[in-house]
Design a protein around this ligand. Structure first.
Ligand code: ADP
Ligand code: ADP
Length: 232
């Protein structure tokens, strides 16, 4: 369903250029949870951001749902991106908006009417187990609750793909387990394909069906993981 085909990305650094990702090809099977693991600075986040073309590769193709996102005109890309949700290590919530207001953001940007927004926001908050927090502000929430709100926002457009950039790296082990449960639930009941970038092997072992290993901008290994009870 998603494949990166020989993607490369360089950044200017001082006088020279730095190759953050060098000719990486990888396929994420539809309906799976796919991990991308590697040390800090390996290029994992850059790879993830190429999957929705937040970062445009210098070379290579990004095939999602049969289309190469790198060649789509801006308007079509915007539509394609609606079916791709994203969450981050630091949640990226808007502190001056309530929980509902945050989940509503992508729907507002897409011009969805008020009534439908309200229904969708409630549905998403219910799904992540926070229906009673709708009127609160992010500052009043724990880290785990903030990440749930971010997940609800990422689900607002009912995506088929969810990209997660170090989703548990700022959470304690207990909260990490809860968030991984939410991701597993999304994969299982909504059929959403999930890609998780992490430097934590425990996260990979807990929820991923397959893993790609990235080091110094290159794919160095890839393997399938045994499906454990409760995992698939
Ligand atoms: P990881 O997610 O594995 O920690 P990243 O993809 O964030 O790695 O970064 C890979 C390398 O590319 C790092 O050395 C980082 O400093 C560099 N890099 C990432 N984004 C940019 C950018 N926008 N400009 C310049 N260098 C960047
Ligand atoms: P702008 O057009 O102002 O750049 P953005 O698309 O960046 O707006 O959205 C504003 C906020 O909403 C950002 O914090 C962004 O992370 C978040 N956001 C928008 N769409 C989504 C989505 N589908 N999934 C997760 N967060 C989203």
């Amino acid at each position: 369903m998603i494949s990166l085909q020989e993607v490369s990305k360089s950044y200017k650094s001082g006088e020279g250029i730095f190759e953050a990702v060098q000719s990486v090809s990888l396929t994420v099977r539809e309906g799976t949870i796919h991990g991308i693991i590697g040390p800090s600075g390996a290029g994992k986040s850059t790879l993830l951001r190429m999957m929705n073309v937040l970062e445009l590769p210098d070379q290579g193709k990004v095939m999602v749902g049969g289309k190469d996102l790198t060649t789509l005109p801006e308007k079509e890309l915007r539509l394609a991106r609606r079916s791709i949700g994203m969450i981050f290590q630091q949640f990226h919530l808007l502190n001056n908006r309530t929980v509902s207001g945050n989940v509503s953001v992508p729907l507002e940007l897409a011009g969805i009417g008020k009534k439908q927004r309200k229904e969708r926001v409630q549905e998403c908050l219910k799904f992540v187990g926070l229906p009673d927090k709708a009127r609160q502000y992010p500052a009043m929430l724990s880290g785990g609750q903030k990440q749930r709100v971010a997940i609800a926002r990422a689900l607002a457009h009912r995506p088929s793909l969810l990209l997660c950039d170090e989703p548990t790296s700022s959470l304690d082990p207990g909260t990490t387990a809860e968030i991984l449960d939410v991701l597993r639930h999304i994969n299982k009941t909504l059929g959403v394909t999930i890609v998780i970038v992490t430097h934590e092997m425990d996260v990979v072992k807990e929820v991923c069906h397959a893993v790609s290993v990235v080091e110094q901008g290159r794919l160095t290994d890839g393997f399938e993981l045994e499906v454990r009870p409760g995992k698939s």
